[in-house]
Design a protein around this ligand. Structure first.
Ligand code: UGA
Length: 433
């Protein structure tokens, strides 16, 4: 099947490569010529395990190509729209300019019977607004949200938990869903649930899934606040809660909270959209979820202040982690970097390190000092703060080896990922979240 993918950011680059890997003939389109050149050479613009291999084999076999010219999407049976919907500066709402531009620019190249599948995360109601552009060209719109996680993007794309397709009811919609079934043939071999629904439900599955995940994280972080005040252990609490299959242990990791290019902006955009709909109260709790989340970063900073008894100016702090989560080089709305920036702002001599994200972090916050290795960051540190739970910090640091490098014996575990007793027994002042 001939497929075009409009927008080669995180989602689009992975989607294009994955579609080519299952036998489709794919063209990826993006307005950024540097990105397109790199992708055309089979190079991944982001750190994502498995993506370079997939891109290279797609490009080498000729099944996958990239272009800045949207006219090249002509002749495809399905056009996936995968452009970004970042938070609008100065507002909580999603910036829909890229989605609208993609649809408008694609329209002249659509043929009768083409399927346009929107994958971008959008406010509920968007598909209905965009449908006319597609229909005027004789094509059919479907809304097909994406649920991939960074760090697992290739696996999540090739083997998703479910495929959701929102279409207008009737034969045209059914046909579009059938075309998407063919596009996703490989996942469907594994009995992946294929859910056909209406536009609004499809859009809502995406934003409500992210809202639920964010709420789960903030719930356990709220419990962490209570646990800290009462001497309870939030990790044991999460373990015990998680045994209830209705609750489940995943996403009950207390710490400095969620970040990245999705959860924070998606819950804000959802709350903003609900307000537009006159439904402010329905998802009013998301404001609280956001507030709890942001408090956690401040709490990590407070722990450092408590341990240094306020003498933060000039204190050398090794910040381990910059990416918003492990297995990623993404620093968008990273709680890890936020903690580093706050400590730097208080006068600490901060040295940040991360196995993958240092270049991106440096571009965003050039005022910080960076180390290219963990041990370089640890050398002569008075305080260590772990803010991204890479294995290199979580599993591969022994308290004695670390003590041989540092000046101080204070460690703040912003991800509750170390064995507190082990560090305490080795003479460290350990503080968790
Ligand atoms: C999230 C969703 O998990 C995906 O399903 C969704 O497709 C994606 O957003 C998107 O909308 O595109 P992602 O942003 O890659 O995926 O990251 P997550 O794995 O959800 O982690 C988000 C943040 O939550 C990270 O900062 C992570 O450290 C934090 N987190 C996660 C916790 O603080 N505690 C946990 O227990 C789990």
């Amino acid at each position: 099947m001939r497929i075009s993918v409009i927008g080669c950011g995180y989602l689009g680059a992975v989607h294009a490569a994955a579609m080519a890997s299952i036998g489709h003939e794919v063209v990826g389109i993006d307005v950024d010529p540097r990105k397109i050149e790199a992708l055309g050479r089979g190079e991944a613009p982001i750190y994502e395990p498995g993506l370079p291999e997939l891109l290279r084999s797609g490009v080498e076999s000729g099944a996958l190509r990239f272009s800045t010219d949207i006219a090249e999407s002509a002749g495809s049976a399905v056009h996936f729209v995968t452009v970004g919907t970042p938070q609008l500066p100065g507002s909580d709402a999603a910036d829909m300019r890229f989605v609208r531009a993609a649809f408008t620019e694609l329209a002249p190249h659509l043929r009768e019977g083409d399927v346009v599948a929107g994958k971008s995360t959008v406010p509920v109601g968007t598909a209905t607004e965009l449908e006319e552009i597609v229909q005027t060209a004789g094509a059919t719109l479907a809304w097909n949200p994406e649920f991939l996680r960074e760090g697992w993007a290739v696996q999540d794309t090739l083997d998703p938990d479910r495929i959701v397709v929102g279409v207008r009811s009737g034969p045209e919609g059914e046909r579009a869903a059938g075309v998407l079934r063919e596009a996703y043939w490989k996942a469907l071999e594994k009995d992946t649930p294929f859910i056909i629904t209406d536009f609004a439900t499809a859009e809502l599955v995406k934003v409500s899934a992210n809202a639920f995940l964010a709420t789960k994280i903030s719930f356990i972080n709220a419990m962490a606040e209570i646990a800290e005040a009462t001497g309870a252990d939030v990790t044991q609490l999460a373990d015990a809660l998680g045994h209830d299959v209705r609750i489940g242990r995943r996403f009950l990791g207390a710490g400095i909270g969620f970040g990245g290019g999705c959860l924070p902006k998606d819950i804000r955009a959802f709350a903003a959209r609900a307000e537009e709909l006159g439904l402010r109260d329905s998802v009013g709790f998301l404001r609280e979820v956001d507030a709890i989340n942001l408090r956690r970063r401040e709490r990590a900073v407070q722990l450092v202040l408590e341990e240094t008894r306020g003498a933060i100016v000039g204190t050398r702090v090794a910040v381990l982690g910059a990416a918003f989560k492990p297995h990623s080089d993404d620093v968008r709305d990273s709680p890890a970097l936020d903690v580093a920036v706050r400590l730097h702002g208080l006068g600490a001599r901060v040295v940040v390190t991360d196995p993958q994200a240092v270049p991106n972090a440096r571009a965003l916050h050039p005022q910080l000092t960076y180390a290219t290795s963990r041990d370089e960051a640890l050398r002569d540190a008075d305080v260590i703060v772990i803010v991204t739970e890479w294995d290199e910090y979580r599993r591969q640091m022994s308290p004695d080896d670390v003590a041989a490098l540092t000046d101080g014996r204070i460690i703040v575990d912003g991800r509750n990922c170390l064995d507190a007793e082990l560090w305490r027994a080795a003479g460290w002042r350990y503080r968790g979240m």
